[in-house]
Design a protein around this ligand. Structure first.
Ligand SMILES: Cc1ncc(COP(=O)(O)O)c(C=O)c1O
Length: 327
């Protein structure tokens, strides 16, 4: 097993959300992976501890990765590379925006190469575009290492196996026995790592995704593929089947990176009741999901809300908070 780099500030705290528990009529605790670092804040840094160790082990000098213009993964990768003296090239989905803010501002400051490509080209031929960048890096004498979207492969997701182990130790210390962990899910590596970790630990905690981009079936498939590739790569003596993967796709709203008034309200509620900042793309939708499922009486027992970060993305939504709602 690869020895990970030490990039994240761990263990991240776990605490009870007292006022939100009372307001939402539930038993809600939070795992603060928004506190894994400052520039490197959020879930991606746990994956990068493994991915960048792998890059260094292979003597790469340039890391190539991809995501949306406000990708937390791209920002964390760019800053982590800068801290390690590696070059970084980012393939960003969409046109260059007129305002450089949030994660994109940090991408700029990190010195990473930024390559904007239209959404259609990105979705149609992502692996081709990544390979093209790798060829360019090689042509100038560099040695590239490609990280897939969200850092979600067997190597990166191992960060969440370790995170699960860390959490189990903390829960034991706190006398906390959560029925479920709830996280926001995009590319699926976080969920896959947590699920594989729970299986390896023999911990009977359910992992529940509130998906923010792909629908239920597509998300289940992605998580299953990552879990299977971990099982293969590390020869794990566990089995994960489709039915083990719990995904809720009722809170995507108008789509990825689109936040309705309900999401903005939950962000304000978390900030004002608990001093916890969630974001409009990922963790705000997970919080909305927890509130929604509790309102349906769908979640008995203690819930551990896994806060995966995203704070810099919030700043790109500044104006939305002050827009008047229609009607
Ligand atoms: C803040 C935040 N939360 C959750 C996720 C989803 O994690 P995963 O891609 O592992 O499903 C991401 C991914 O970009 C993220 O940036």
């Amino acid at each position: 097993m690869l020895k990970p780099l030490n990039l994240a500030h761990t263990p991240t705290p776990i605490h009870r959300l007292n006022r939100i528990s009372e307001r939402w009529n539930g038993e809600i605790w939070i795992k603060r992976d928004d506190m894994t670092g400052a520039g490197l804040a959020g879930n991606k840094v746990r994956k990068l501890e493994y991915l960048l160790a792998d890059a260094q082990a292979g003597k790469a000098d340039t890391v190539i990765t991809c995501g949306g213009v406000q990708s937390n993964h791209c920002r964390a990768t760019a800053l982590a590379c800068a801290g390690l003296g590696l070059h970084c090239e980012l393939l960003l989905r969409g046109d260059p925006p007129s305002e450089i803010e949030g994660n994109l501002l940090l991408d700029h400051l990190s010195g990473a190469g930024l390559h904007f490509i239209p959404g259609e080209r990105y979705y149609d031929n992502l692996s081709g575009e990544l390979a093209r960048l790798a060829t360019e890096v090689k042509a100038r004498g560099g040695s590239p290492y490609i990280i897939p979207e969200g850092g979600s492969n067997a190597v990166g997701a191992w960060g969440y196996v370790e995170a699960l182990r860390e959490t189990r130790r903390q829960c034991r210390g706190l006398g906390l026995d959560p029925v479920r962990i709830v996280c926001a899910t995009g590319s699926g590596g976080t969920h896959a790592g947590l699920l594989v970790g729970a299986r390896l630990e023999g911990w009977d905690v359910e992992v529940v995704s509130i998906t923010v981009s792909y629908d239920h079936d597509e998300t289940v498939l992605r998580i299953l593929e990552i879990a299977d590739s971990m099982i293969d790569r590390y020869r794990l003596n566990i089995r994960v089947v489709r039915g083990d993967i719990h995904v809720i796709d009722d809170y995507i709203g108008d789509g990825y990176a689109k936040a309705g008034r309900d999401v903005l309200d939950v962000i304000a509620e978390m900030a004002s009741c608990e001093g916890v900042v969630v974001d409009p793309v990922y963790t705000g939708k997970a919080a909305l999901g927890i509130r929604g499922e509790l309102a349906k009486d769908g979640m008995e027992g203690a819930t551990l809300f896994w806060h995966t970060g995203g704070i810099y993305g919030l700043f790109a939504f500044r104006d939305a908070f002050f827009e008047k709602s229609e009607g």
